[in-house]
Design a protein around this ligand. Sequence first.
Ligand SMILES: Nc1ncnc2c1ncn2[C@@H]1O[C@H](COP(=O)(O)OP(=O)(O)OP(=O)(O)O)[C@@H](O)[C@H]1O
Length: 260
Amino acid sequence: MNQAIRTPLLPVGVVDPADKAVALKGAAKGFGGRILFEGLDLTIRRGEFVALLGASGSGKTTLLRILLGLDTLDAGEGEVATPRAAVFQEPRLVPSQPVWRNVLMGVPRRARQRRQALDALAEVGLADHADAWPVTLSGGEAQRVALARALVLEPTLLLLDEPFAALDALTRLKMQDLVRRLCARHHPGTLLVTHDVDEAVRLADRVLVLRDRRLTLDATVGEARDGTTPAGARMRARLYAELGVDPLGLEAAGASGSAP
Ligand SMILES: Nc1ncnc2c1ncn2[C@@H]1O[C@H](COP(=O)(O)OP(=O)(O)OP(=O)(O)O)[C@@H](O)[C@H]1O
């Protein structure tokens, strides 16, 4: 069932962590004869927030798993800096452990100190939930614990796989704001996998599109972050076009409008 490991995991901790968090060259990966991507070059600098968009099944999560060391490349080379940490769509907390112990899950056992967990929980606004049990948390709170668990490692590379997708719209906006602020404070290199064009432009310094086995777009956000400006509207339209999506249904409306 498992794909045979054909190449070793990416070497970690090799790139200069003061500079780059990820450096990939000519990366390729496929499953069962289907190539997901090939010839892919990707650099993420320390402190840079990069969002990755792409159709369902294009290989976004696979690329993230490779950077996390959970899967291997078929071809190409690269390096990732350590420490790495990840937040996924679901919080993945251990239900039998109180919140503060969950926060320290990635810390080597002998180095675990309650103080570190309390500091990380304070950063995500959950200082008063340290002794709570995961089952008592809301979805948004549980996801903030997952974020604290990642940040307590002081990652050079932070990997976010649709971490806001399961949250309600208001909680999602608050959580996006929190992630943006914490990334600015801790400045890891960050890769956010998302389906949400607005989210990508709101959070990222650069937005990539994975399509037809390649990164077909690598756009700097800059002043396009604000969706109410012409630059913001243009960037969103460009990304939707790259993804082959018509967000306003204009084509369909045009078609019905011309019908008798
Ligand atoms: N371990 C595996 N073995 C076989 N096929 C796999 C494996 N992991 C992923 N795939 C396949 O690779 C393709 C890409 O999966 P991946 O999860 O990377 O896509 P994605 O772009 O993240 O999709 P989504 O946006 O829907 O999450 C899918 O067709 C998936 O079924």
